[in-house]
Design a protein around this ligand. Structure first.
Ligand code: GLV
Length: 366
């Protein structure tokens, strides 16, 4: 169809092949590292119709200005889009899309696994074995972990991924405290309560458990695991910004036995405060998949050897399954959804009505 598209990275050969087969003229940035703003600006100025981005690419007024009159869509391969300036996109009337839904379960299960990884000390245990320091079996030496089953999970943000996390916690007989600054999904909570009651009635879990919405302070004060599932919103972007939601003050409100789990966005947590919180035992530990600066800088306080056993760190990997990242089915994979979103816009699906296109984020602009 002759549409010109620049992808800031290879989002998956099979998905890109769909575009090639339809006659798109495709240029893919060849390196694994992101191209940087200057390269993006150059490509956009050259008159591309569509830009495929990931969460590493800064997209703002400068980019939209460069693409004035030509750039018709920014298709982001991620559910989060804090790298895209929404107000600027709206001002320039450029729709942008994301890949919600398809990564919900992968991300939620990763958050769930992080609870076990940090609380059951999987890393210290494996290291003991690998370094040949495994002494005789002993009832409590060299260390013990904290059990996950039956504990209280405080789920901060009950959108798609938060709800996915809650479903998984339910299978581990956990009590659930929900906090969401925007929408309290009482219908979903009611359904989970019914499942909990049924599991208890049939003897599938020993203790009766409950789920309820609470204020942020109560979630912090009572959660054994506090798992973060909010978008990154900076001051001015929302009446309820989430930047540094976890800071010196709020981390001190958590129990000294509690763990913080973050699979949302790094800047939701003040990392310097978190490193202090772990080091000074305000909390038991943390497991993080996202960071204020990615990749995590060599001098990050989170790398402090003193907190290593209680601080698990991963490479922004929560959605990183083969199915979720690469499937070309737009109902299964991020790659498939990303190219479908791009095609919807460039090929004028849904009678060209951008407000009707399911993957467009900034519908308010149309
Ligand atoms: C990953 O962090 C995403 O937003 O998809």
């Amino acid at each position: 169809m002759g549409f010109r598209v620049f992808a800031t990275c290879n989002i998956g050969d099979e998905a890109l092949e769909i575009l090639r087969q339809r006659g798109y003229e495709l240029e893919i940035y060849p390196q694994a590292d992101p191209p940087g703003k200057a390269v993006i600006l150059k490509k956009v100025r050259e008159g591309i119709d569509g830009l495929i981005t990931t969460l590493r690419d800064p997209i703002d007024a400068e980019v939209f200005e460069a693409g004035k009159g030509t750039l018709k869509v920014v298709a982001q391969m991620a559910v989060g889009f804090d790298n895209i300036n929404r107000a600027d996109a709206n001002r320039y009337g450029v729709p942008f899309t994301n890949t919600a839904d398809v990564l919900t379960e992968a991300t939620a299960e990763f958050a769930f696994f992080l609870m076990g990884a940090v609380a059951r000390k999987l890393w210290p245990s494996e290291r003991l074995v690998r370094e040949n320091r495994w002494g005789a079996w002993h009832p409590f030496l060299p260390f013990l972990g904290d059990e996950v089953t039956g504990k209280t999970a405080a789920v901060i943000g009950t959108g798609r991924i938060g709800m996915g996390m809650i479903k998984k916690c339910t299978g581990f007989d956990m009590n659930i405290l929900c906090y969401d600054p925007v929408f309290e999904n009482e219908e979903f909570a009611g359904h989970i309560q019914e499942v909990m009651d049924m599991r208890h009635r049939y003897g599938l879990q020993k203790q009766a458990t409950s789920i309820r919405y609470v204020r942020f302070g109560e979630a912090l004060a009572r959660g054994d695991f506090v798992s973060v599932h909010v978008p990154l919103l900076r001051a001015g972007e929302s009446p309820t910004p989430t930047y540094h939601l976890f800071n010196d003050t709020t981390l001190r409100q958590m129990k000294p036995t509690a763990y913080l789990i973050n699979t949302s966005r790094g800047p939701v947590v003040d990392e310097a405060a978190l490193a202090r919180a772990i080091k000074e035992h305000w909390i038991a530990g943390a497991a993080l998949d996202v960071f204020e600066k990615e990749p995590l800088p060599a001098d990050s306080p989170l790398r402090d050897a003193e907190i290593e056993d209680r601080c698990r760190i991963f490479h922004h990997f929560a959605s990183g399954t083969k199915e979720t990242r690469l499937s070309v089915d737009p109902n299964v994979g991020m790659a498939g959804r990303c190219v479908q979103a791009l095609m919807d816009l460039l090929e004028g699906n849904y009678e060209g009505d951008r407000a009707k296109m399911p993957y467009v984020v900034n519908k308010e602009a149309f």
